[in-house]
Design a protein around this ligand. Structure first.
Ligand code: TYD
Length: 168
C-alpha cells in the first residue's frame, strides 16, 4: 500500500465500516478482559469469537523469542481487527489513530488490547520471555497492511467523517 494506491474510503472499507467502526468517538485504548477460570490446579482462560473476543476469530498467531532491543509492528491495517494478549512476559504497545498516540504495557494473560482498523501500532520493550498472542478477524493478507506512516495519516484524513462532503 502506498500513497498512489489510496482510493476513496468506500473502496477501502469493503465491510461498510462507518466512522464508528474506525473508532471515532471511542477511546483509543480498549481493553478486553477474560475471566480466569481457575481452580486448585491453576488457571485457564478461554478465548471465544463473538463472546469474550468481539469478532469471529479467523487467525491466531504469536510472537516469541523477540530479540533484545527489537521493535515490531510499525503498520496499520485497513480492514482487520485484532486482540493482542501477552500470555507470558511483557511488552509495550503504542497505538496511534493519527490524532492520538497512547501506549499500554501488556503484561497480563487475562486481558488484551483491542486493535481496531486503521490504528497504527508499534511494539517495543519485549521481555526475553514475552509471548504475544494475537487473535485476528481475517486471514493474512499483505495488501491489507499500510506500512508507511505518512500514507496512514493521509488515508486516516480521507476517512475522517468530518472531512466528508455533507459531513457533520
Ligand atoms: P508482520 O505483520 O510484519 O510482523 P510485525 O508486525 O510483528 O513486525 O509479519 C512479519 C512477517 O510474517 C511478514 O513477512 C508477513 C508474515 N506473516 C504471515 O505470513 N502471516 C501472518 O499471519 C502474519 C501476522 C505475518
Amino acid at each position: 500500500m502506498n500513497a498512489s494506491q489510496i482510493a476513496g474510503p468506500a473502496a477501502l472499507l469493503p465491510h461498510g465500516l462507518a466512522g464508528e467502526g474506525l473508532g471515532y468517538g471511542r477511546e483509543l485504548i480498549e481493553w478486553v478482559r477474560f475471566p480466569a477460570l481457575g481452580d486448585e490446579r491453576g488457571s485457564l482462560v478461554a478465548l471465544e469469537g463473538m463472546k469474550s473476543v468481539p469478532f469471529p476469530i479467523k487467525r491466531v498467531y504469536y510472537l516469541f523469542a523477540t530479540k533484545e532491543g527489537v521493535a515490531r509492528g510499525f503498520h496499520a491495517h485497513i480492514n482487520l481487527r485484532q486482540v493482542a494478549i501477552c500470555v507470558t512476559g511483557s511488552c509495550r504497545m503504542v497505538l496511534d489513530d493519527g490524532c492520538r498516540r497512547e501506549e499500554v504495557l501488556l503484561r497480563s494473560p487475562v486481558q488484551g488490547v483491542l486493535l481496531r482498523e486503521m490504528v497504527w501500532r508499534e511494539m517495543h520493550d519485549f521481555s526475553p520471555d514475552c509471548v504475544l498472542l494475537v487473535l485476528a478477524s481475517e486471514h493474512y493478507d499483505e495488501s491489507d497492511y499500510i506500512r508507511n506512516y505518512q500514507d496512514f495519516l493521509a488515508l486516516r484524513e480521507q476517512m475522517n467523517p468530518m472531512n466528508q462532503t455533507g459531513g457533520m
